[in-house]
Design a binder for this molecule. Sequence first.
Ligand SMILES: Cc1cc2nc3c(=O)[nH]c(=O)nc-3n(C[C@H](O)[C@H](O)[C@H](O)COP(=O)(O)OP(=O)(O)OC[C@H]3O[C@@H](n4cnc5c(N)ncnc54)[C@H](O)[C@@H]3O)c2cc1C
Length: 443
Amino acid sequence: MSDVCVIGAGLAGCEAAVRLAAKSLSVSLYEMKPVRFSRAHKNPGLAELVCSNSLKAANIENASGLLKEEMRMLGSVCVEAAYKSRVPAGQALAVDRDIFSKTVTEKVTSFGNIKIIREEVGSLSELPDCGAVIIATGPLTSEKLAEEIASLTGKEGLRFFDAAAPIVYAESVDAGKTFRAARYGKGTADYINCPMTRDEYYAFYEALVSAETADVEEFDSLHLYEGCMPVEEMAKRGRDTLKFGPLKPVGLTNPDGTRPYAVVQLRQDDAEGTLYNIVGFQTRLKFSEQRRVFGMIPGLENAEYARYGVMHRNTYIRSPGLLGADYRMKGTADPAVFFAGQITGVEGYMESASSGIVAGVNCGRYLKGEEPAVFPLSTVIGALANYVANYGGKDFQPMGANFGIVDSSAALGAGIRDKTARKRFAAENSLKVLGEFIKENNI
Ligand SMILES: Cc1cc2nc3c(=O)[nH]c(=O)nc-3n(C[C@H](O)[C@H](O)[C@H](O)COP(=O)(O)OP(=O)(O)OC[C@H]3O[C@@H](n4cnc5c(N)ncnc54)[C@H](O)[C@@H]3O)c2cc1C
């Protein structure tokens, strides 16, 4: 019998297991490889990077870089392994994936109180008695366990694939070419509208239908419901399909009184209004193609993306309302059920690993009868946990590290106007706040 059963020895599961073991708790870490591999996993090692070998930016003026620095302060096993396996990649932190996985595997196995069990868990009832369970089985959670999770979270609680539209930073949208309005003037003028002339629309259409798409595992066999149809697939149905669909101009008038031929709308995506998603633009275009083709939309020529549109199989729970910011499923006890990693609705390697740290810290505290440690909102790691637990919109979609979700009021309060200087100030503040938080909470 162990104190905790962790299911899934990916990035999140390894972080959580190490965190618990370091606090002298015993862990049974279940991993189905090499008995069973998902379609993307190939290597029997732990913490496998299934696709790119880039862990994104390393500098703290970038939210991904800041997240890594926060994780380093917290003693992240993945960040430590990343620096040991680093390969040259300019400003980015890219790694040799085999050395990375080997380094994490060695670290995890060096703990005498972590027992690695190579078997697929099909149901929580198969697990031995333990005080808590952490489910960290990732976006490719095996089917049987996914069914079990669906019965835990409710039918509507589990999403099976990800069809997300890109999100851009509001300040990077050209206000001179766009206008704010609601269709037919109904309600408040919440949308940013990007009006197109006839020529602009057809040039955009031609570029869209001939743009390069990313390979999406199982895409052809996915049963896509209409609401998740990629914009480029919808466009292929006919030259005017988009004009009568997501780009319809009805009820919208240009500021000079003329009628636009088509309109792309941007919808606010966060409470602060720093992020906007492109309505109806779920896509599987390659990221470089998204920049090129969506850059043809008036106002988005220089748009900066907080998240690109993505479409791939992605099992994740509808976390808001189900999980707390400590990643524990509300109302569960004996065993308490925690979730960690991509399955919670964070997106990305390091984001997944970071949620493993928070879940591991809090699972340990739970078992020791301590109050949860809710990480500060001015840190990226805390902002991600808050997003997962408290996102207030209707359409919960996975989210990667970005400054739009971080509370950077300290930087704004300091009156810093320059964007880079503001990010640097916010990042330094975040690290200072995190340092104090770690000390105060004995993490
Ligand atoms: C195809 C694909 C490509 C991706 N590419 C990138 C990318 O390039 N960059 C990026 O930042 N993010 C990418 N992601 C998103 C995400 O960052 C990774 O999936 C990341 O590995 C998630 O970490 P995790 O710990 O949550 O899950 P994983 O790393 O997938 O770990 C989960 C582990 O659980 C095991 N497991 C599953 N079910 C069971 C079970 N029932 N019993 C026991 N073990 C089980 C799996 O074998 C696996 O080892 C990609 C996702 C997918 C699906």
